[in-house]
Ligand binder design. Structure first.
Ligand code: KG4
Ligand code: ZN
Length: 347
């Protein structure tokens, strides 16, 4: 079977063709970074308009690269949750149109579950049951993943997501968008022990939640002083951007790694799958590897191209298709955000 997967949850317009054997026949990602750069963050209206312009060329290019026509497809799948409402609508409308025109089954993709499934694709073997940690621009969630169609949220951020904190702190430090890679680059030549930023909720063994908004404020206070809005050039220069970036990055990573370890302990699972844009961070990957070696669990983190948004990870749709989870045309978008654990009043 050949499945077309469509991804337009945020600011990447992406499509892929994958088979039921998890072979990737083609993949196209059109990034909008250049459009949002000057605003220091994704502007939802610009994102949805750009998706409208790009979705058909991206799908055409995906089929052309796989040497296929629409008539060769066996199913179409689309990420309908979570994400920006206007962006999600573009992908969903394209998928529904193809489903109707070509009489294909329509499959829904949960974007966060797809980020975890990227580990299944990259490893080439079963990774379930596992603890799933998704760390992206909009989410920092932990899941009990009993199977590829059985995800239970265990916890998540109660305010900012980790990627969002990277983006906002980069902006405070005058580093270019997207903030994650900029902070990582600056941190390489910084001293991570220079400033002791808070590690919110890390010491609370009863919660699998994160809170990054206070950490972001701590950076702002360090730069500008409590209650002040901006830093003068003189004040800013007195502190090293590299040291702040490295110290901030370490604080975020401490929280992520600490809660992942707690989730493994709680579930009794011995396998951790990490996904989402922040999982592209080299220091985070190294710290996860050290943690896995120390505690003896199996770790899967996808290659960089499968960490940031793409449509290949939408191959999770195959699992739903096999389980008979097919949608009709009443399928809606569900923008979210998807909160887990205490934040949602859940598990
Ligand atoms: O998963 P993703 O591509 O899109 C969403 O679903 O949100 O994640 C984007 C987020 C952005 O906040 C970006 O700054 C962050 O991932 N990111 C990183 C790195 N690369 C991307 N954060 C830290 N270090 C990186 N190297
Ligand atoms: Zn994502």
């Amino acid at each position: 079977m050949k499945i077309l997967t469509i991804e337009t949850t945020c600011d990447e317009t992406a499509a892929a063709v994958v088979t039921d054997e998890l072979q990737v026949l083609s993949s196209v990602v059109a990034s909008q970074d250049k459009l949002h750069e000057r605003f220091g963050g994704v502007v939802p209206e610009i994102a949805s308009r750009a998706h409208v312009e790009r979705i058909l060329p991206v799908i055409d290019e995906t089929l052309r690269k796989a040497n296929l026509k629409l008539a060769d497809l066996d199913a179409v799948a689309v990420a309908n949750t979570p994400g920006l409402a206007g962006s999600l609508l573009v992908g969903l409308t394209a998928a529904k149109t193809i489903a109707v025109a070509c009489d294909l089954p329509l499959v829904a993709i949960n974007h966060l579950q797809a980020h975890i499934y990227a580990c299944r694709l990259a490893s080439g073997r079963n990774v379930f049951p596992c603890v799933g940690l998704v760390v992206s621009g909009g989410h920092s969630n932990i899941y009990r993943c009993a199977g590829p169609t059985d995800f239970t949220p265990l916890g998540g951020t109660i305010d900012d997501a980790a990627g969002e904190a990277f983006d906002k702190v980069a902006s405070l430090l005058g580093l270019p968008y997207p903030g994650g890679p900029s902070i990582e680059k600056a941190a390489r030549s910084g001293d991570a022990t220079k400033y002791r930023f808070p590690r919110p909720l890390l010491d609370d063994p009863t919660r699998l939640d994160f809170s990054f908004s206070g950490l972001k404020t701590a950076v702002r206070y360090l730069i500008a002083g409590p209650g002040k809005v901006g830093a003068s050039t003189g004040e800013q220069k007195a502190r090293s951007v590299e040291d702040i970036a490295a110290s901030f990055q370490e604080a975020v990573i401490d929280c992520l790694v600490g809660k992942a370890e707690l989730a493994l302990k709680r579930t009794g699972y011995n396998l951790l799958c990490v996904g989402g844009g922040v999982a592209a961070n080299g220091r985070f990957r190294a710290r996860l590897e050290a943690s896995a070696a120390e505690h003896g669990y199996e770790l899967h983190v996808p290659p960089l191209s499968l960490c940031t948004d793409n449509a290949v990870m939408g191959a999770i749709a195959i699992e739903r298709l096999k389980a008979g989870q097919i949608e009709d045309l009443s399928l809606e978008i569900s923008p979210g955000p998807e909160r887990g654990g205490a934040a949602s009043g859940g598990v």
